[in-house]
Structure formats: C-alpha cells, structure tokens
Design a binder for this molecule. Structure first.
Ligand SMILES: *Cc1c(COP(=O)(O)O)cnc(C)c1O
Length: 412
C-alpha cells in the first residue's frame, strides 16, 4: 500500500467553515420557517456583480478565442505581459515603488499562492503567524511538515504564534527571537485591522536585521481609505530585500469565482542554502510556477486587465464604497448594541467582542438561533480569536440593514 503524507493527519478535523455549514444545516433542517429569514455574513465572499468593464473585456476575449487568427492556447506561465505591466504600473510604479513587471507572477488565486509558496522554502525554518489568522497559512505549513501536533487549544508545535489583541491594535509586537518566515496580512482578515506605516517600518527593520522574509498578504488593499496608511509593504524602504506580497482580484474586482491573483517577488529577495550561500528566491518561484502551473486563463487575465482602465477603476471604487458602506452600518449597529467593535474602517470585516462570559461559538449559536444571522466565530481563526466574532460586510445593502435591525433587537 502507498504511504500517505501523515502530516495531513495532524490537521484539526473541525475546520471552521465545514463546522459552520454543519450547524447552519442542523438549524435550517429543524426550523424550515426561520431558514427563510437566514442571512449569511459568515464566509468572506463577495456578493455584487462583476464590473461591466470586466465583462466587456472578457466578451471581447471570448471572441478572440473564437477566431483562428487570434486564438490563444497555452499562455506564459508567469502571466501575460499586458497584465503584469498594468499591475506594475498602476499598483506600484504610480505610487512610487520600483516593482517591475517581471517581478509579478499571475496565478489563479492567493489562497493557492500563499500555500504553494512553501514549495520553495526548506525544512527547519522558524515560522510565525498571527493569532487570530487566515487558516490557510497554518494548514499549509502543517501539510508541509513544518509543524508538530496540535495541542488542546489547536496551536501546533513548532509554529510561533504572534498574539493580536486590542492592546496592540491587532498588529503583533516585534518579536524578541529571530524568525525566518513571518506571515502578515493587512488589512487583516479576520480582525479588519490595518497596519500603520510605523508598524510596517518596524517589521521591515526587524526583517532586514534578522534575515527574515515577510510574506505579506495584501488581498484587501483596495479597502484602505485612509490615505496615510500603506497599501503595500513595498511602500516601506528596504522591503524589496525582505518581503514578497500577495495580491488578489477576488475582493476588489469581485473575482472570487473568476480566479486571478498575483504575487510580487522582488529580484533582490534572498534566502540561503544549508551551506550558507545567499540565493535569490525569484528564480525558484519562477521555476516552481512554470513546472506546476500552466497560467491563468487568457479570458480571465483580460478581465483583470480591465480593472485598471479608467472605467474599471471607477467601477472597483463603487464596489468598495458599497461594501464599506455596509461595514459602517454594521460597526454602528454593534456599537449601538453596546458591543466593543474593531475593524470595518479600512477593511470589509467587522470584528466584534462577544458580551462578557459568552464564547465565540455560543455567540454563533445565539446569532443563528435568535437573529437567524450567520457570523464567523473568532475562535475558528485561532485561540486569540476566542471571545470575538467576525461579521463580513460582503452583502447586499438590504441584507446588511436587516442584520443591523436584528443586532439591535437582540441587544434589547
Ligand atoms: C480572500 C483572501 C485571499 C484571496 O484569495 P483568492 O484565492 O485569491 O480568492 C487571500 N488572503 C486572504 C487573507 C483572504 O481573505
């Protein structure tokens, strides 16, 4: 019989979203009437239609595929030049960063990128994640054999957990020990927190001093509205030598079902061999990407490119304003209900403290049973998330207004 990768057996069985789905199903099976009233604010998935600029560009691309003269087969693994150039120019160069098109790798999603990136790193690295955290970073490290077993609280041996609390604004303090890899995600899922320029400068200084690589997930960059906040780690001097950045069109362009994202790996970013030789990581990812990936679809890349047109940019802005309008309503409703609320100002997630003595899952059940609203229990994102819940602002305005009413009613 074939040996399996036993690291998979270390994974905690009750992965967050299946457990939510199980409880929602049990509730709706028992309460078919209440099921009609159910509003889902659980999973962070967009709800609004694809921007018109994207649809137009894709229709055109489909027609190109229908003509022998303009038909396209396999594209470049790293992504089409037109999209890599648009990204480098609009997202980075126009904002004073020196990222070049050939430092951008197009993919079919940041979930895959943040997981697959471990292919190019060796064993024995000291790896840190925040707590609470986007579960993908943790589980992919478990699968790769970078951890031991999980303890009672769900924390894996061998991983360093950086606690995020109201006291540090949900941005971890600079650690005293040295680390090889640190995952940071700002604007943050699940807490909705943002990192200030000073905080990112401190992290970059730490990384440069300790030869640490920062894996920076900026999937929610488009939701930053405060112009003083950095939208990219590369706005910080020195970040080219210590960071890579993951970006996605999922949340800004509504591409969760379309699948298109990218990672920026500066050519100056270095790792080391066991023998101690410095080695750039860009060629390693290039090789990995070309070997295991055959490129995102031409049609989808044409759609993504259209997000950078004048029309596309104003349509993205309208989408962001819609979701952030929702977030503002949710923040206000929770505050009016007497709850302590974080996030929701530069991120589409509202992070709410449960009333005293109520756990995350108890709050989940209460919201489900009494308000017929599905939220995400904070403890599902790590033990530091216990006592909190996340409300997603990805919804229709009508649903959000109804959720706000129910939160207020629940507080009475
Ligand atoms: C949604 C999300 C992404 C984007 O994932 P895709 O695979 O590109 O859809 C990346 N990171 C975080 C933290 C997210 O919440």
């Amino acid at each position: 019989m074939a040996l399996i990768n036993e690291n998979f057996l270390k994974l905690k069985a009750g992965y967050l979203f299946p457990e939510i789905a199980r409880r929602v199903k049990a509730f709706t099976d028992e309460n078919p009437a209440a099921a009609q009233r159910l509003i889902r604010c659980g999973i962070g998935d967009v709800t609004e239609a694809l921007p018109e600029a994207v649809r137009g560009a894709m229709h055109k691309a489909v027609d190109e595929m229908g003509d022998r003269g303009t038909f396209k087969g396999y594209g470049p693994e790293q992504g089409y030049e037109f999209l890599r150039k648009a990204i480098a120019e609009h997202d980075f160069q126009a904002r004073g960063m020196t990222i070049q098109a050939d430092e951008v790798f197009i993919s079919d999603g940041s979930k895959c990128d943040t997981g697959n990136i471990l292919d190019i790193f060796g064993r024995g690295n000291k790896i840190a994640i925040t707590d609470p955290v986007y579960p993908v970073y943790v589980d992919t490290n478990v699968m790769n054999g970078n951890t031991g077993e999980a303890d009672e609280s769900g924390a894996y041996a061998g991983l360093t957990y950086l606690k995020c609390t109201p006291a540090n604004g949900f941005v971890p303090e600079i650690p005293v020990e040295r680390l090889d890899l640190v995952y940071l995600c700002y604007p943050n899922n699940p807490t909705g927190a943002v990192a200030t320029r000073e905080q990112l400068e401190a992290w970059v200084a730490y990384a440069l001093k300790n030869d640490t690589i920062i894996l920076y997930d900026a999937a929610y960059e488009a939701f930053i509205r405060d112009p003083k906040l950095p939208r990219s780690i590369f706005e910080i001097d020195g970040a080219r030598d210590c960071a890579m950045e993951f970006r996605s069109f999922s949340k800004n362009g509504g591409f969760t079902g379309m699948r298109c994202a990218f990672v920026v790996i500066p050519k100056t970013l270095m790792g080391r061999t066991t023998a101690g030789a410095r080695q750039p990581v860009h060629p390693l990812w290039s090789r990995r990407h070309s070997t295991k990936f055959n490129g995102a679809s031409y049609i989808v890349q044409k759609g993504a490119e259209a997000l950078y047109s004048d029309e596309g940019r104003s349509q993205v802005k309208a989408l962001v304003e819609h979701y952030m309008g929702n977030a503002a309503l949710l923040v206000k409703a929770c505050r009016d209900a007497g709850l302590a609320v974080y996030g929701g100002e530069n991120a589409p997630y509202v992070w709410v403290q449960c009333p005293a003595g109520i756990s995350s899952w108890q709050m989940f059940d209460k919201m489900l049973n009494e308000a017929n609203v599905v939220i995400t229990p904070g403890s599902g994102f790590g033990s530091a998330g216990e006592g909190y819940f996340r409300i997603s602002a990805f919804n229709s305005r009508a649903n959000v207004e109804e959720v706000c009413k129910r939160i207020k009613a629940l507080a009475k």
